[in-house]
Write a protein that binds this ligand. Structure first.
Ligand code: B12
Ligand code: SF4
Ligand code: SF4
Length: 392
């Protein structure tokens, strides 16, 4: 730096410059993040999530990840950021608020309509946040030459524990990150960088004696506070699970056809939540409480059109119809039996099997037996045959 005291060594000059620059860089980074649409930012370092990494290994060892093999693969990459990228020195964690504009649980009482979780009623957050992360990373590299990598959701990154050590919130008893400013409604994203940046203080746990999220869970998916058995979670059952939904959970699913918000919505910290400011993440009117009968009529093209840019598209029409049929079976509305009956001829065994279950709940045993003798003899798929024989 020109004009520096001649008594200073070159090492002193470097230290002085880097610490001054770091403070300025941090302020500019915060400003840039907000300008790009992030609602909160914090910095942490690798090596700060050891106990979370240990808990992750226990979670996998106990099989609680179900069929999510991608979660179990190469755990060394996930439990420590350096396992994914040896050169990472700092982790910048970012949050985007997606607070809903109405009570997300109200739709659960409308049994002929479908409940789609809040995060999936608008555009896919992955695309939106990835673009913002890349823009922020480009800005950072220009401001302070370094290497960077950006992640949202799909990479081997423990986003919640990292966000907690970066000070964005704490992992509540429902295992999601709770923010004092935004409650449960925060999407997370990460930038790994080779820069050495000062870290923020970790957030502490503010759950206290509350257990609202644990008590509301329809499928008893929490074996203990802070622990989730994903195999029981409706989010897993309706989104990640590719096969028939296990019988023991079908009634409890109610009309939830894509994800679940119950534990998130129950959290008292939501009293501080604010409506999200990103219009593209806001609920599309047609996805707030869609009619189950209309959803049951979607063919592949209509499904793709309705869910353009939506995360729902990811599960495909057959898995989606499977979920819709479970909701139809739970509707208590015999008028919807016609929709299920039509789908007994669907090309997908997954759909046919769910249609059988729905009919078993909506029509009389005599009617069901009549349909069974007509349809079951032509049915060659073992899983669908099992559904016919499971109803009595
Ligand atoms: C796999 C996954 C799922 C799985 C498993 C969920 C889970 N809780 O692990 C399923 C499909 C069920 C799921 C559901 C949902 N997900 Co999800 N999911 C992920 C993903 C890809 C990985 C999470 C993970 O590593 N899970 C493995 C477990 C072991 O990790 P964990 O929850 O951190 O486990 C901790 C605790 O359980 C605890 N623990 C475990 N055992 C023990 C024992 C003791 C004694 C103690 C004290 C603690 C403890 O320590 C562990 C480590 O910190 C992340 C994105 C990412 N890359 O991080 C998104 C992510 C967690 N999901 C997200 C969302 C929004 C959801 C849903 C709300 C969607 C919905 N509405 O349906 C639900 C919420 C369900 C719930 N209650 O968790 C957001 C959460 C944002 C936030 N504010 O926290 C994330 C971060 C995606 C994102 N980028 O925004 N998800
Ligand atoms: S998302 Fe729903 S099913 Fe999953 S743990 Fe929370 S309340 Fe239970
Ligand atoms: S509902 Fe209660 S226990 Fe659950 S995360 Fe919120 S404060 Fe914690």
């Amino acid at each position: 730096m020109a004009g520096t005291s001649p008594a200073m060594t070159s090492v002193d000059i470097l230290v002085a410059r880097s610490s001054t620059d770091t403070v300025g860089l941090r302020a500019a980074l915060d400003e840039q993040a907000r300008a790009l649409g992030f609602d909160c930012i914090g910095i942490t370092q690798p090596g700060t999530i050891e106990s979370a990494g240990q808990h992750f290994l226990e979670f996998i060892a106990s099989g609680r990840h179900g069929d999510m093999d991608w979660l179990a693969n190469q755990p060394e990459r996930r439990v420590d950021p350096r396992g994914l990228w040896a050169d990472v020195r700092s982790v910048i964690m970012l949050g985007v608020n997606y607070g809903p504009d109405s009570d997300p649980l109200a739709v659960l009482a409308q049994r002929t309509r479908a409940a789609i979780s809040v995060y999936a009623q608008g555009d896919d957050y992955h695309d939106l946040i990835k673009k913002r992360l890349k823009a922020l990373a480009r800005w950072l590299v220009a401001a302070a030459p370094s290497d960077v990598k950006v992640f949202v959701d799909t990479a081997a990154v423990m986003e919640k524990p990292l966000a907690q050590t970066a000070g964005l919130g704490w992992q509540g008893k429902h295992t999601n990150l709770v923010s004092r400013a935004f409650g449960s409604w925060l999407f997370l994203g990460a930038i790994y960088t080779t820069l050495e940046l000062p870290r923020d203080d970790a957030e502490i746990d503010h759950c206290g004696s509350c257990r609202a999220c644990l008590d509301i869970c329809p499928t008893a998916a929490f074996p203990a506070p802070y622990e989730l058995d994903a195999r029981r979670c409706i989010s897993y059952l309706t989104i990640e699970n590719k096969g028939p939904i296990p019988h023991e959970f079908r009634r409890a699913i109610g009309n939830r056809i894509y994800g679940c918000d119950d534990c998130l919505a129950a959290c008292p910290w939501n009293k501080f939540a604010q409506e999200g400011r990103e219009a593209r993440l806001a609920a599309r009117d047609e996805l707030r409480a869609p009619d189950l009968a209309e959803l049951a009529r979607l063919d592949d093209t209509a499904f793709r059109t309705l869910f353009t840019k939506s995360p729902v598209k990811r599960i495909g029409r057959d898995r989606f119809l499977r979920n819709v049929l479970i909701a139809i079976g739970n509707s208590g509305d015999a008028g919807l039996a016609a929709e299920a009956r039509r789908l007994l001829d669907d090309a997908s065994p997954l759909v046919r099997g769910a249609a059988v279950w729905a009919l078993g709940r909506l029509v009389s045993l005599e009617e069901f037996e009549a349909m069974k003798s007509a349809a079951a003899t032509n049915e060659h798929d073992d899983s669908v045959r099992a559904e016919w024989h499971a109803v009595s």
